[in-house]
Design a protein around this ligand. Sequence first.
Ligand code: HEC
Ligand code: HEC
Ligand code: HEC
Length: 134
Amino acid sequence: MNNHQWGKIAVGLVIFVVLITFPFWYGKGKTSPPPQLSLDTPAIAQLKEKRCVEDTSFMRGNHMKLLNVWRDEAVREGHRLYTAKDGRTFEKSLSGACLKCHSNKEQFCDRCHNYLGAKPSCFSCHNVPGEVKK
Ligand code: HEC
Ligand code: HEC
Ligand code: HEC
C-alpha cells in the first residue's frame, strides 16, 4: 500500500470514530432536564406526613408492580384493602388511591412517563377523577 491509500484509511477511521461516538458528545449540555413532579394537590396538602403508600424510592421503582398486585388481589381475590408497612391502609385502587392523592395526574404521573417514554394504557378504562371523557 502506498501513502495515499493509508491516508484514505486514516480519514475513514476518523470519520468512523466520530460517527460512533456522536451520541456521546452531541447531547452534551443539552440533555432535557428531569421532569418537575408536582405534589401540590389538595389531598397531599392535608397529609400530616408527606408520605406515599410506601417509601419514595420503593414507589419510584416499583409502583407498576404494586399496581399489578393490587389489581390481581382486588379483582381475582376480592381483597380490596392494602396495609402498608407502617400500618396505614389504602384501597387497592388506581383511581381510589393513587389518583386521590396524585389528583394532578398531568403534572405528576404523566410528566414522568412522558419524560421516560412510558405509556401506561390504564386510563382508557380507569377514570382520572375530575377529567371529563371526550
Ligand atoms: C380494558 C379495560 C382495563 C384496562 C386497560 C385496565 N384495567 Fe384495571 N380494571 C378494569 C376493570 C373492569 C376492573 C374491575 C373493577 C373493579 O372490580 O372494581 C379493574 C380493576 C383494577 C384494579 C383494582 C380496583 C380499582 O378500582 O382500581 C386495579 C388496581 C387496576 N385495575 C389497575 C390497572 C392498571 C395499573 C392498569 C394499566 C396497566 C389497568 N388496570 C388497565 C379494567 C381495565
Ligand atoms: C396518601 C397519599 C398518597 C397516595 C395514596 C399515593 N401517593 Fe404517591 N406520593 C405521595 C407523596 C406525599 C409523595 C412524595 C413523598 C416524598 O416526597 O418523599 C409521593 C411520591 C410518589 C412517587 C415518587 C415520586 C418521585 O419523587 O420520584 C411515585 C412514583 C408515586 N408517589 C406514585 C404513586 C402511585 C402509583 C400510587 C398508587 C399506587 C400512589 N403514589 C399513591 C402521596 C401519595
Ligand atoms: C418518577 C417517575 C414516575 C412517576 C412519578 C410515575 N411513574 Fe409510573 N412508571 C414510571 C416508570 C419508569 C415506569 C416503567 C416504564 C416501563 O417499564 O416501560 C412506569 C410504569 C407505570 C405503569 C405500568 C405501565 C405498563 O404498561 O405496565 C403504571 C400502571 C404506572 N406507571 C402508573 C403510574 C401512576 C398512576 C402514577 C401517578 C400516580 C405514576 N405511574 C407516576 C415512572 C413514574
